[in-house]
Ligand binder design. Structure first.
Ligand code: SF4
Length: 133
């Protein structure tokens, strides 16, 4: 068994734990007792924060809906599509027709940039965060 220290990817609390791996596969989690944030404890999300790592359902490329079906694409095409569609919605229906919902799984800095994009680039104050759902 190999124990690798890391930080939980599920929210901004910053709990830490060891990923326990065997034969190049992550097989479990051990909470860090030394970390002052979680002191050896984890919530249910933290305890299960490794199950997606080897999942065959894990997305490895962006998907774009085309004619009703999700089609694998490149990041360049996906970002271009999102940019064009958001710009189109804004010009057709106005900035108040849009809302931006951010994520606890990204950093504070990324959440800040997301908020700035919503307000400065798209002109809407409709910004929220998944922690309030
Ligand atoms: S274990 Fe739970 S509370 Fe701690 S960082 Fe992960 S999701 Fe957040």
């Amino acid at each position: 068994m190999v124990r690798t220290p890391t930080v939980c990817p599920f929210c901004g609390c910053g709990c830490s734990f060891y990923l326990v791996s065997q034969n190049e596969r992550v097989v479990g989690i051990e909470p860090s007792i030394a970390n002052p944030v979680n002191k050896g404890m984890l919530c249910v999300k933290g305890w299960n924060a490794y199950e997606f790592i080897h999942s065959p359902d894990r997305l490895t490329a962006p998907l774009i809906r085309k004619h009703g079906a999700l089609v694998e694409s490149t990041w360049d095409e996906a970002l271009k599509t999102v940019s064009e569609r958001l710009t189109d919605i804004k010009s057709r229906y106005g900035p108040r027709s849009m809302a931006f919902l951010s994520s606890a799984k990204v950093t504070n800095e990324e959440n800040y940039l997301f908020m700035k994009m919503a307000r400065a680039a798209f002109g809407t104050n409709n910004v929220d965060h998944c922690a309030r759902l």
